[in-house]
Design a protein around this ligand. Structure first.
Ligand code: GTB
Length: 217
């Protein structure tokens, strides 16, 4: 069966490819696996059909031969384990690459999302302040500093490009409009290398095509 993924019917990211289906699309493109998309409106995400696939009413999900997966990290890991191309064959190198996938999701993404969300959802709260924003900026900055130091002048985090790099670059892309990223030229170049990959380009073009079609309606 051709895998089916769920994506936003009309992504709020304006076609910038920042929603979490992008990482799944990119992984599928890297391994050369065709896929279909099932679009979901915000209302449909919260209905029983979709809640059976994703208990929290979110995208992305992944369906294939009776298997239904949610959580973008679990989906990317599944794709990387099922197909060659995103994880090294050597067990030690493979485990290291998987560590980076978890680091992207558990160590780098949370402070980025918390900082991104603050002006969107906390603006009316009494604790909203420039000081609090600066504090959250610094939490992100510390992670970027350490990640940049580890990456150094290497192309990828651990030898060859892997699912760990894919996830890390997807997480870092959320900062694409933040001036903070410019403080770390190695990370800017790292993101650029990821986005230059043909598989990334195909995934990005697919989501943009869908966004344009849905916005034209
Ligand atoms: N931990 C889950 C995973 O990794 O799969 C998180 C999934 C998730 O947050 N999905 C979001 C969602 O479905 C879309 S990606 N939200 C709907 C809801 O919760 O009701 C997050 C996202 C949304 C919008 C932008 N944007 O506009 O730029 C970027 C990222």
């Amino acid at each position: 069966m051709t895998p089916i993924i769920t994506v936003f019917a009309n992504s709020p990211d304006g076609g910038r490819g920042l929603a979490r289906d992008m990482r799944v699309r990119w992984a599928l493109e890297e391994v050369g696996q065709l896929y279909e998309v099932r679009t979901q409106t915000f209302a449909e995400l919260k209905q029983v059909d979709h809640l059976r696939r994703q208990p929290f009413g979110q995208i992305p999900t992944y369906e294939e031969d009776g298997l239904v997966l949610f959580e973008s990290g679990a989906i990317v890991l599944h794709i990387a384990q099922k197909h060659p191309g995103l994880l090294p064959a050597d067990p030690i190198a493979r485990a290291r690459a998987i560590s980076w996938l978890f680091a992207a999701l558990n160590t780098i993404e949370p402070p980025i999302v918390e900082r991104e969300q603050m002006p969107l959802v906390e603006r009316e709260q009494p604790w909203y302040s420039e000081e609090r924003l600066a504090f959250l900026d610094d939490r992100v900055r510390i992670r970027l500093r350490d990640l940049s130091a580890r990456l150094g002048d290497s192309d990828w985090l651990e030898g060859e490009f892997s699912a760990g790099d894919l996830m890390m670059i997807e997480v870092l892309r959320r900062l694409e409009r933040s001036p903070m990223l410019g403080e770390f030229p190695e990370l800017v170049a790292y993101i650029g290398r990821g986005c230059a990959r043909p598989a990334f380009q195909r995934a990005f073009a697919s989501q943009l095509k869908l966004f344009r079609a849905s916005s034209a309606v």
